[in-house]
Design a binder for this molecule. Structure first.
Ligand code: SF4
Length: 494
């Protein structure tokens, strides 16, 4: 185990695949010999140790470089339960050291041309560029501000290359008129309902169309998940396009797990051409949850924060990740997942803050079963002054059975169900009324969540996995029928 890194190595260090000069190779070997035992460095070639409280983030099995995924807990990493979540450790140490605001800087994805190589030569080059004498005197200055500015002038260009230029600032969207119906309703102040439809697991689309037709009068938009549990289904972009053909507004989910930087940018342009205007960036369930044989679990080319940063810049700055100009930029309303109950609320709030800065305009949260705990997370977001920059839709799942409740509580990352609710489901199931109890619990939760409307909550996102037909009843009984609601029957008569 490295000296200053609390975790163990999950993956071997990256090794360069190209031949280097002996001098260059010697520098690499020296850097690895020093940083490996101390920090568990794996030679990513894009060192971020200062921003990550001096813990190498490359221990994370997902390879995320901008904070924990929704499965992070104090106890362990959800991909590998034998090890700690390295991002939990990073956040914990950063808060203790008072360096937590440094975690807001949006850090770039790996430049694979540099992976396996050293970072020290870049630092030396930058010092020379600034003038060695000037840097040395700046670092020895008695003025803390001068020391800090000098330090930053050396390391910032190394960690933030020209093609990325990540920062820790909020970037407001550069358009004003809503680009989607979902955005229009949120801006109009409606308490909005969205709902999830599971994409078909075969080439048959009957049930998909049935669900779309049944749900569309009741919700502002329907989400199509992107291969949940890392298990292949019909593509989210295809379901979204089919929804548009049936008069429903889609939210297309994009999981970082299955995207490269090239694939992501190309897919988004194609999706916008198909009329898709709501895009939700998520990390995606780990391959750990996939059926065997499993694919690689250790390399994610872009994490969810980086996806937001790339897409926002495509839209608002008209450029690709590599800096090329995008002559006609795409238009979309950009969303992200939020996980109020993963990790600690203050850690999660920092992570959500970073997503907002990177480009998230709306959140759809993980499933919530505890409205009181949700308030704790909201308070943390309020402390960060970000609630006026984001629309939050709270995830609601009607429980169908006790087995499902227990599974979600113990197996689904970032979800916890209070013991009292589990007991209610148990008693109801014994009386043969499990499903009805699940609906009542969902309605009670919605009622509590609606009371938070003035405190940063703008709607609910119903995830009735495999039970989509219950959504119209929940929306009706919760009193959430949209403005100008027309039922299917009324539409047919008209
Ligand atoms: S829980 Fe998530 S963020 Fe933490 S180490 Fe595991 S995969 Fe990475």
């Amino acid at each position: 185990m490295p000296l200053l890194t609390p975790g163990r190595r999950w993956q071997p260090a990256f090794y360069p695949f190209k031949r280097e000069t002996p001098g260059y190779r010697a520098l690499e070997t020296l850097e690895l010999a020093v940083k490996g035992p101390i920090w568990g460095c794996r030679m990513c070639g894009n060192c971020l140790l200062q921003e990550t409280a001096f813990i190498c983030p490359m221990e994370c099995p997902k390879g995320v470089r901008n904070g924990p995924c929704g499965g992070s807990t104090q106890e362990h990493c959800y991909v590998d339960e034998t090890r700690p979540c390295i991002w939990y450790r990073i956040y914990d140490r950063a808060f203790k050291m008072g360096r937590e605001e440094m975690l807001l800087e949006v850090l770039p994805p790996l430049d694979w041309d540099k992976v396996g190589g050293e970072t020290w030569a870049d630092v030396i080059r930058q010092v020379r560029k600034l003038g060695t004498g000037k840097v040395v005197s700046g670092l020895l200055s008695k003025d803390a501000k001068v020391r800090s500015t000098t330090w930053d002038s050396v390391f910032r260009p190394v960690r933030q290359p020209d093609w990325w230029q990540g920062d820790s600032q909020y970037h407001a969207p550069k358009y004003t008129e809503p680009v989607s119906e979902l955005e229009r309703r949120l801006k109009a102040g409606e308490f909005v309902v969205t709902a999830e439809i599971a994409p078909p697991i075969s080439a048959k689309t009957d049930k998909l169309f049935k669900n779309i037709d049944a749900l569309k009068p009741y919700v502002a938009a329907v989400n199509f998940t992107d291969n949940p549990s890392a298990t292949p289904r019909t593509a989210s972009w295809a379901c979204s396009a089919l929804a548009i053909s049936h008069g429903a507004e889609p939210v297309m989910q994009v999981a970082a797990r299955d995207r490269t930087r090239v694939g992501l940018q190309s897919e988004i342009l194609g999706a916008v051409d198909l009329g898709i205007r709501n895009i939700l960036c998520i990390s995606g369930d780990s391959m750990k949850m996939a059926p065997t044989p499993r694919g690689r679990m250790d390399i994610v080319d872009l994490d969810a924060v980086q996806m937001l940063w790339v897409l926002r810049r495509m839209r608002d700055e008209g450029r690709y990740l590599d800096g090329r100009e995008l002559k006609t930029p795409p238009e979309f309303f950009l969303g992200a997942a939020a996980s109020p109950f993963a990790s600690e609320p203050r850690f999660q709030a920092l992570r959500e803050h970073k997503k907002i800065n990177a480009g998230a305009q709306f959140f759809q949260t993980n499933v919530v079963f505890d409205a009181e705990r949700l308030e704790v997370w909201l308070n943390e977001l309020a402390k960060r002054n970000v609630l006026d920059k984001i629309y939050i839709l709270v995830g609601i799942t009607p429980l169908k059975t006790l087995k499902m409740a227990r599974y979600m509580h113990s197996e689904v990352p970032g979800v916890s169900i209070p013991a009292a609710l589990l007991k209610r489901m148990e008693a109801a199931e014994q009386a043969g009324k499990g499903q009805e109890e699940g609906v009542q619990i969902a309605l009670e939760l919605i009622e509590k969540i609606r009371k938070l409307e003035g405190q940063g909550i703008h709607g609910v996102h119903i995830m009735a996995v495999g039970w989509e037909e219950i959504v119209p009843r929940i929306v009706s009984e919760a009193g959430l029928l949209p403005v100008g609601f027309t039922s299917i029957e009324q539409t047919a008569i008209a």
